[in-house]
Design a binder for this molecule. Sequence first.
Ligand SMILES: C[S@@+](CC[C@H](N)C(=O)[O-])C[C@H]1O[C@@H](n2cnc3c(N)ncnc32)[C@H](O)[C@@H]1O
Length: 282
Amino acid sequence: MSTTIQQSLLSATQRLADQHDSANLDAELLLAHVLHQSRAWLYTWPEHKLDAQQRDLFNQLVQRRAQGEPVAHLIGQQAFWSLSLQVTTDTLIPRPETELLVEKSLERIPQSATWRIADLGTGSGAIALALAKERLTCQLIASDKSMAALKVAKENARRNQIENVEFRHGDWLAALEDESQIDMIVSNPPYIKHDDPHLQQGDVRFEPAGALQAGTQGLDDLQRIIEDALPRLKPGGWLLLEHGYDQKAAVIRLLQQAGYEQIEDYPDLADQPRVAAGCKPL
Ligand SMILES: C[S@@+](CC[C@H](N)C(=O)[O-])C[C@H]1O[C@@H](n2cnc3c(N)ncnc32)[C@H](O)[C@@H]1O
């Protein structure tokens, strides 16, 4: 029996509704992927009929989503800022809240600046590529300790035709050991407690543990970056970090203890503390 776009979306949404709040959106993203079309195209042609091959592939993807696999892994990509990024099981799936880190970084970078900016733990390249695209006169350094993630980030630079990014392999600030005049360092490091029950739920079960977990309090990587970034920054240079919703006080304390000034913390769209910034004294 042939089914239309409208019927396919309705039955997939019903099938996913118990497990996922985003059931309708998930169904649309999966069907758009199967048909090689945009979501807007689906709304325009609700009566279009799927052929047997398309119907089978869509059903398989819906089944895998029902079993928990992230949509981004099923379709191999995720939208972030104005970019379409390839994601694999080697990278974190870029989150909407990380766009706040991009926004707060851009507020500090003048339009025609020629800054050197480092994104530590770049994963898919999300933050570095968004900043590089918005500030073509800046030079980005994107680092990660995962070679597999760096490969994905490089592919994302190529796909999005972004050339002002250099990729480096290394353990946090070790990737910048030849640098002492960086204008801005940004990072969304792992910040989840290793025994946090959320690690056993939802999409994060399919993401690399090395992109998520950071010791007993979730602060190990944040602390290392805060302490080790200072000698790499030029006086007046900025450090911006994403952190957990319950880590604001701890991160501000770490920034103060290390000697940063003009410390600020910003809430995300869900009104949870999410991004901290500090400036190296002049
Ligand atoms: C939370 S993910 C963030 C990925 C990406 N920046 C984003 O926002 O979508 C953390 C990233 O840090 C990397 N990472 C973890 N430990 C690291 C270390 N010691 N040195 C460098 N990168 C590290 C992981 O491989 C992962 O890509």
